[in-house]
Design a protein around this ligand. Sequence first.
Ligand code: AP5
Length: 211
Amino acid sequence: MKLILLGAPGAGKGTQAEIISETYKIPTVSTGNIIRAALENGTEMGLKAKAYTEKGELVPDDVVIGIIKERLSEDDCKNGFILDGFPRTIPQAKALDDMNISVDAALSIEVADSEIVKRMSGRRVCEKCGASYHTEFKKPLKEGVCNSCGGRLVIRKDDEPETVLNRLKVFHEQTEPLKDFYKAKEKLLLVEGQDDVKDTTALVLKALSEL
Ligand code: AP5
């Protein structure tokens, strides 16, 4: 399966990608995670991306398109993949078409802005392995400590309330038009993501099983 996950920042794309990846045995390709790893490692691409991500702006299309081309050519993507956070603009979607990649669906997780702001304020991420938790909805076994690797849980820099509001603005302006782009190709699936993780997962897996 080749799947695109659409949705506002914090809609639960990463959370659902983890479950879809386990269910369908396909890798998740998250441009956000790739960019954060590059930032962490201080690579040239990371340095280019830093100012954009910290302000909640999108990294330039040519940078992310380059990342995706490289990543999708790797062996583990041969039998399918989940794109989490790509495409995010119409030129990025067109670049995917130019790569002759035809997806089975673009699944949009629908969550209201007010709920997003609440969710983001509680998100904590492991500074070592990047695993994601929530102070209310997905608590770690031990407060402040990652279940998987024992790393320290911290607030993501771009989860500060002001940055979240800008990310939402950017989402509505630049990413939401992708829904019409994929609707025109008859690939768009809308799933309600407002309820808890389990309810959303049930809707997501049902929608995918009907493809
Ligand atoms: P990226 O990492 O992709 O950020 P995002 O899309 O803003 O998505 P998030 O990771 O914040 O949210 P999510 O939808 O995965 O939600 P999650 O499951 O974690 O990108 C970061 C930055 O990189 C961008 O701003 C940009 O600068 C750059 N970038 C990346 N890709 C790019 C591209 N293609 N082009 C240009 N720039 C790019 O859930 C959020 C929280 O809520 C968690 O704590 C979770 O536990 C909790 N939660 C999830 N589901 C539920 C639920 N149903 N109920 C209650 N809580 C829930």
